[in-house]
Design a binder for this molecule. Structure first.
Ligand SMILES: Cc1ncc(C[n+]2csc(CCOP(=O)(O)OP(=O)(O)O)c2C)c(N)n1
Ligand SMILES: [Mg+2]
Length: 533
């Protein structure tokens, strides 16, 4: 109880619960606190879904959400979200109920090895004392530390980077008793992590700014301050403004241009093109990487690790600097618009329609796989809220992450990561069919909770068509490739949506898609867009 009220006092706004008996005291306290509006509670039966929902809440709000589960395999369900949170630098607090020490390692029911089970991804791992055996004030201290470390306070050697924190909570019978009523906590705001010291850079060298996942508007600001071209991935949140390099993959393949780069300043985590990966491996140029996630970016083996960048003032940009910027940013030949004569949709037309439908109050969440790559190649610059789980680029948990982001949008930001978060718009999740089916458990939303304003848009090409591009496709038997990689599916999505109480629309043409995207969004909607393999 003191633990939960402590978390709330230090800025936790959301608790995602999964049912279980060992964690009952925490669950009942959380629900009572939600009734008094001290915190919001979301209940998800699948801990993997709960973990990604909390990840989305942390992404969307900048404040850590807490997850609560029982002992045993339940706790293992949090692992994928914990790994993603570590690599993407998203705050998250994992609360796992456990058996007391005397029931560990002796074959007791539903008891496993929980202390430290999220190492090496957890930024701190604490095995708490059994309540009653320690000063209750200790739990408030643990709560304060958990929030601070999740937001990037010094943990296990990763100062300044947000990530997951694990509190393992041994509990002894009786597992709960009557709750004081009403149970309240005074919500506080999360501590603002101290900004890391900025690295001062000169304007001189021919510089390219690269913005990978979660780079945010800072990359665009620095590109402008330095007068440098900006290669911004579609998931960066910095693909806007006059410095954006159009069709950047082609430009980077132009060796006459790329060989002249003297310095690269990278924000976030670039993952979408082999051209950027090759650039970052080069040892004939200087790489400065501004870290976002728990692991530093150092593909060349000689990159400088920075927390922030400051561009030295003075030194007016000369003709050389202007020519350098112009060489990269000259407009590209316009691309084909991607819809056939009959208005049938391909991936380019799909991503263009979703991009155009997304306004400044909305959020766009990209799944992994093919569609995000097409989006990266064809979409123009535009300042908007984009998200994607590119920490590890899993296809898992995409819908749950989107739901977390939508729920965070519904209460506005905690004022940390997303200061200009805007009003409550629509959150759109754009993903492939296997990614949808992988996370189908996320469609289950309790009827008594606030419904997120959410559109899940699925490009359905009957399986994992990203694998059609595997090199081995040249030699392996087509039927083996289909069976082991494409994994064909023909799940009927309309009755699936109906079974979970979601609105469903099928959009096979541009007009139908336009209509579906602009429909009034009250609750969750599934929009299926059939795509040719
Ligand atoms: C958890 C996880 N398992 C497996 C993969 C490997 N993987 C990458 S893309 C993909 C297929 C995705 O298919 P779909 O969502 O239909 O997208 P498409 O390529 O067809 O557009 C898989 C299985 C992964 N990234 N993450
Ligand atoms: Mg597919």
């Amino acid at each position: 109880m003191r633990l939960l009220t402590g978390l709330i006092a230090h800025g936790v706004r959301d608790i995602v619960l999964s049912p279980g008996s060992r964690s009952q005291a925490l669950a009942l306290a959380a629900v009572a606190l939600a009734r008094s509006e001290s915190v919001r509670v979301h209940v998800r039966i699948d801990e993997r879904v709960a973990g990604f929902t909390a990840l989305g809440l942390g992404r969307g709000s900048g404040a850590p959400a807490a997850v609560v589960c029982t002992s045993g395999t339940a706790a293992a369900g949090y692992l994928p979200a914990a790994m993603e949170a570590f690599h993407a630098g998203v705050p998250l607090i994992l609360l796992t109920a456990d058996r007391p020490p005397e029931l560990r390692g002796v074959g007791a029911n539903q008891a496993t090895i929980q202390p430290g089970m999220y190492r090496p991804w957890a930024r701190s791992s604490i095995d708490a004392p059994v309540p009653g055996e320690a000063d209750p004030a200790l739990f408030e201290t643990l709560a304060a530390e958990a929030v601070a470390v999740a937001l990037g306070a010094p943990g296990e050697g990763l100062d300044g980077v947000a990530g997951p924190v694990h509190l393992n909570l041994p509990l002894r019978e009786p597992l709960s008793g009557p709750m004081p009523d009403p149970l309240r906590a005074a919500p506080g705001s999360a501590p603002r992590p101290a900004p890391g010291a900025a690295l001062r850079v000169r304007r001189g060298p021919r510089t390219l700014v690269v913005a990978g996942a979660d780079a945010g508007p800072e990359a665009e600001r620095i590109a402008r301050a330095g007068g440098w071209p900006l290669v911004a991935e579609i998931v960066s949140g910095s693909r806007f403004g006059a410095h954006v390099v159009p069709a950047y993959r082609e430009r980077l393949r132009d060796t006459a241009l790329a060989d002249r780069i003297e310095r690269v300043i990278v924000f976030g985590h670039p993952t979408l093109s082999r051209e950027v990966a090759a650039l970052l491996r080069r040892t004939d140029l200087e790489v400065i990487a501004v870290r976002r996630g728990g692991e530093r970016l150092n593909l060349s083996g000689a990159a400088t690790d920075a927390r922030a960048i400051e561009v030295e003032t003075g030194a007016e940009s000369g003709a050389d600097a202007e020519a350098w910027l112009a060489a990269w940013t000259r407009p590209d030949a316009p691309c084909a618009d991607g819809a056939g004569a009959d208005g049938a949709l391909d991936r380019a037309a799909l991503v263009r329609a979703v991009w155009a439908a997304t306004g400044s109050d909305d959020r766009l969440v990209f799944g992994s796989s093919r569609i995000v790559r097409v989006a990266d190649q064809v979409l123009p610059g535009r300042d908007m809220h984009v998200h994607a789980n590119r920490g590890l680029a899993g296809i898992d948990g995409t819908i749950a992450t989107g739901i977390g982001i939508a729920l965070a949008a519904a209460t506005g930001s905690a004022g940390l990561a997303d200061e200009d978060a805007g009003g409550v718009g629509v959150t759109r999740v754009l993903l492939g069919d296997l990614s949808l089916l992988h996370d189908v458990g996320s469609l289950l939303l309790p009827g008594d909770e606030a419904v997120p304003r959410l559109q899940v848009v699925v490009g359905n090409d009957g399986g994992g068509t990203i694998f059609d591009g595997l090199e081995v496709a040249g030699t392996a038997a087509a039927e083996d490739l289909d069976r082991a990689f494409y994994t064909p599916q023909s799940v009927a999505l309309a009755p699936l949506a109906a079974a979970y109480g979601w609105t469903y629309a099928r959009a096979a043409t541009r007009d139908e898609l336009q209509r579906a995207l602009s429909a009034e969004v009250g609750g969750p909607q599934l929009i299926e867009v059939p795509l040719a393999r």
